[in-house]
Write a protein that binds this ligand. Structure first.
Ligand SMILES: Cc1cc2nc3c(=O)[nH]c(=O)nc-3n(C[C@H](O)[C@H](O)[C@H](O)COP(=O)(O)OP(=O)(O)OC[C@H]3O[C@@H](n4cnc5c(N)ncnc54)[C@H](O)[C@@H]3O)c2cc1C
Length: 544
């Protein structure tokens, strides 16, 4: 058996610089000479001589940071992105080994317009940078009793498949999809496309009406039970809560909108792998003049009289008018600002937020083909609810997990050697806590997942040519995600769903947030929107 490899830098890379913007720029960071400045933190640093002062420094090159940078640079602003990892992409990284191609991180791409608008606003054609293709059927759902439902835009076929195990649920499918479409329209109108910076943005009559229309206090599972009664249908649509790192039994019913998003708007593959979205956005950012430095960690957001003046990095001080943090808001505050400079985001307040779920990932490159897999396949457990009790109540790995497999080789040749498969296997995991010890459990749990798949007909994975696993500790280590969460904070309450930490710091003037922890929320299209919204606002504030 090929032993499970625990990942170091799974991409085999060493920290390098991706400074295609200005050849000598990053070296210049350490040489920023000029007058000495006194900062709020009592720390003395060299201020730049002015030549390299940036309008905006962005901390992190995830979807949020890149989309924000493109918007700002399109408006003519000087922008630098500082990324501590060796490569851009944040939680999405590309792993290539022995002819196998994997995307580590997001794989289910929805809401393509969120990505398209990044390119549109920059005045270029997205297809010249990255190509998406629609998947039909969207996702295969395999239940413990062997029932299969392939999620499709074809409503007639959906009803036929559901009717096999529940004629009653099939009859209610159209009504559910109508409600799902209405929820999506409401979310689009009032939550997804707007920054909620001031109390007047949040607490106005229109917002209140909209909030009431999406019935915030009704939980997703409860809404689903108005339409469906069979455990298969409830699990299939309840799973949408996990798209924002949450539980269907706790999160608000607004996430039922994903039924419409997936079936009607579509799920998309990305030609060459999901990482091509990052590659395309990175190329566009650089064409717009954004300087991107990888392998550069920000250690402190430097302030003066309560206002941002730059950042302190492992290469020295960099001066900026404004700073946008793409890293997790809670980690950014905890690690980059001294407690006396973040009274509204104290350690006690940070501890009150519930992080989202994390993930246990296995990448398997195996000389076998699996006819039962589509591009996306989900294997559901016998009792769906127990998984969320394990994760959120007991904070341990599920004893009978839902297992998701992305097999991009299904759609595209070249992702694996001839006759072989590239499988990205994901199991939901609790955020990091004392309750689960990954050091002790990782190999045992990794093998358990492969055994579970063997029992569901996906055999031979123990003999994989490539076998790499990533625990929530790796996610925390690589991206500084708070407690290893993958969607920022959970959406397990009305407050954490609709009143996330805002996109502008309440403590430090000139500090902005984009990404999963902040508004509008987690998941690749939504964080891409957050970057664009903040970019738009900042460009206006800076007079562009
Ligand atoms: C296993 C997994 C599966 C997922 N599946 C899906 C999916 O199918 N569909 C979907 O839509 N979403 C999915 N997601 C979630 C999705 O990946 C995230 O919502 C999204 O990528 C987050 O982007 P972001 O811009 O918020 O920031 P991130 O991707 O978290 O990037 C932030 C960046 O900031 C950098 N950074 C932080 N602090 C510093 C510092 N001090 N100095 C320098 N750099 C710093 C980090 O290194 C990181 O690169 C998944 C995530 C994971 C991990």
């Amino acid at each position: 058996m090929q032993s499970v490899q625990e990942n170091g830098n799974g991409d085999g890379s060493e920290d390098t610089e991706r400074d295609q913007g200005i050849g000598e720029g990053s070296k210049g960071v350490g040489m920023l000479l000029g007058k000495e400045m006194k900062m709020d933190n009592g720390h003395r640093a060299e201020a730049s001589n002015g030549n390299l002062k940036q309008d905006v420094i962005i901390i992190g090159a995830g979807f949020g940071g890149l989309s924000c940078a493109i918007r700002l640079a399109t408006a003519g602003l000087r922008v630098t992105i500082l990324e501590r990892q060796a490569h851009v992409g944040g939680k999405l990284q590309q792993i290539q080994q022995d002819g196998y191609h994997f995307d580590r991180g997001p794989s289910t791409i929805t809401m393509p317009d969120a990505f398209r608008s990044v390119f549109d606003q920059a005045g270029v054609v997205m297809e010249n940078y990255v190509q998406l293709y629609e998947l039909e059927p969207r996702t295969r759902n395999v239940f413990a009793d062997g029932t299969v439902v392939d999620l499709s835009r074809n409503r007639g076929w959906m009803k036929e498949q559901i009717a096999v195990y529940s004629p009653e649920d099939a009859l209610r499918y159209d009504a559910f999809m109508d409600e799902s479409a209405a929820l999506y329209a409401e979310a689009n109108r009032h939550f997804l496309g707007k920054l909620l910076l001031n109390p007047s943005d949040k607490y106005n009559l229109q917002m209140l009406r909209s909030l009431l229309r999406v019935r915030p206090t009704v939980r997703l599972d409860k809404l689903l039970r108005r339409y469906f009664s069979h455990p298969h249908t409830l699990a299939m649509f309840g799973r949408y809560a996990t798209y924002v790192g949450s539980s269907p039994y706790l999160s608000p019913s607004i996430f039922a909108m994903m039924g419409h998003v997936e079936a009607e708007v579509g799920i998309y593959g990305v030609k060459g792998g999901t990482y091509q979205l990052i590659e395309g956005m990175t190329r566009l950012a650089q064409e717009k003049g954004v300087r991107i430095l990888t392998g550069v960690e920000v250690h402190q957001i430097v302030t003066r009289h309560g206002k941002v003046i730059g950042v302190d990095t492992d290469r020295g001080f960099m001066e900026a008018e404004q700073v946008v943090a793409n890293g997790d808001v809670l980690s950014v505050n905890r690690l980059l600002l001294a407690p006396e400079h973040r009274k509204r985001m104290s350690d006690a307040r940070i501890a009150k937020y519930e992080p989202s779920i994390s993930g246990f990932v296995t990448l398997a490159g195996v000389r076998r083909k699996y006819d039962q897999l589509l591009h996306h396949t989900v294997f559901f457990p016998e009792q769906y609810k127990l998984e969320f009790d394990d994760i959120f109540r007991d904070r341990r790995m599920p004893s009978d997990p839902t297992i998701y497999i992305c097999y991009s080789g299904y759609s595209e040749a070249g992702m694996a050697p001839e006759g072989a498969s590239n499988l990205f296997i994901l199991v939901n995991a609790p955020y990091l806590s004392q309750a689960w010890n990954w050091e002790e459990q990782k190999y045992r749990y990794g093998e358990f997942v492969l055994e579970q798949l063997e029992a569901r007909g996906i055999g031979g994975l123990m003999q994989s040519e490539v076998l790499i696993c990533y625990t929530p500790q790796h996610i925390e280590r690589d991206t500084l995600a708070h407690q290893g969460s993958i969607y920022g904070i959970s959406s397990n309450s009305v407050k954490q769903t609709f009143m996330r930490p805002g996109n502008q710091s309440k403590d430090v003037q000139g500090l902005w947030y984009v990404g999963g922890t902040t508004h509008p929320g987690g998941g690749t299209p939504i964080v891409t929107l957050s970057g664009q919204l903040v970019g738009e606002r900042l460009a206006t504030e800076l007079g562009r």
